[in-house]
Design a protein. Structure first.
Length: 132
């Protein structure tokens, strides 16, 4: 179970919960020796979910002229690039240990930190500056 805060915007909380569930499902697939096609499909789903979530968040940040938008957007871009590279590495090497370790540690640590800091502040700002 990941320990991270709820933020001021419901869609973000829902997307965060879905991300956690997708990550857990991927880890379960890897730990039970699922076939590569199942892992591929779930990785694609996680990547697409993350892209869509980031795009919606970025649109909201722009709509309220969120001052640190470039920093938050840069973090999103970096994460998407890394995730795409990890998916490609998985498809090339099929290294279950490397993919499991990344999901278990790097993704967990990034997610908890990102939600607890950037998303928490961003959601509060958006909520306070949205037109009524």
């Amino acid at each position: 179970m990941l320990n991270y805060p709820r933020v001021a915007i419901d869609f973000m909380n829902n997307d965060h919960a879905e991300f956690v569930a997708l990550r857990k499902h991927l880890l379960d697939l890897l730990h039970t020796g699922a076939d590569h096609a199942q892992v591929d499909a779930m990785l694609d789903h996680l990547l697409e979910h993350t892209r869509l979530h980031f795009a919606e968040e970025e649109q909201l940040m722009l709509s309220v002229k969120f001052p640190p938008y470039p920093m938050h957007k840069g973090e999103h871009d970096k994460v998407l690039d890394d995730m795409a590279a990890r998916v490609e590495a998985w498809r090339t090497a099929r290294n279950v240990t490397a993919l499991s370790d990344w999901l278990e540690h790097a993704v967990r640590d990034w997610f908890v930190n990102h939600v607890s800091s950037m998303d928490f502040v961003t959601a509060a700002y958006i909520q306070a500056h949205r037109p009524a």
